[in-house]
Design a protein around this ligand. Structure first.
Ligand code: SF4
Length: 113
C-alpha cells in the first residue's frame, strides 16, 4: 500500500511519480464520467478506458493509489464498482445507485449482443 508521505516507497520523483508514465494522459474524458452520464454510455466509456489501462506500465501502482484514496473514476483498470467489490468503496453515497444502473445497462447490452 502506498504511503503518500513515505519517501522510501514514493520513489525519487514523489509519491505520484507513476503518473508520469500514465497511458491515460490526455484521455480524462474516458476515465471520469461526464455530468448525467447514461449507464449504457458508462459501460462503453469504461470499456475504452480498460483497453488503455491493460497496456499501462503504471497499472498496479495506480490501482493501489486509487484504492487507498477511495478515488472516483476509472483507475488502474478498475471502475468505482469494481473497487467497491474489492473492499475499497468510494467515500460517496452514490455508489449504490451507480452500481444498479451499470448492472442494468450491462445486462441490457449483453441481451442485444
Ligand atoms: S492504469 Fe489506467 S488509469 Fe492508471 S495510470 Fe495507467 S492508464 Fe491511467
Amino acid at each position: 500500500m502506498i504511503d503518500m508521505f513515505d519517501t522510501e516507497t514514493a520513489g525519487p520523483v514523489g509519491p505520484t511519480g507513476w503518473m508520469d508514465t500514465a497511458s491515460c494522459a490526455g484521455h480524462s474524458d474516458l476515465f471520469f464520467a461526464p455530468f448525467a452520464e447514461r449507464p449504457e454510455a458508462r459501460v462503453r466509456r469504461e470499456a475504452s478506458a480498460r483497453l488503455i489501462c491493460v497496456a499501462c506500465e503504471s497499472l498496479s501502482r495506480c490501482r493501489e493509489y486509487a484504492r487507498t484514496n477511495r478515488e472516483l473514476g476509472y483507475w488502474g483498470g478498475e471502475s468505482e464498482s469494481e473497487r467497491a467489490d474489492a473492499g475499497f468503496p468510494p467515500t460517496t453515497p452514490i455508489i449504490g445507485r451507480k452500481r444498479v444502473a451499470e448492472d442494468r445497462a450491462r445486462n441490457a447490452m449483453a441481451r442485444t449482443a
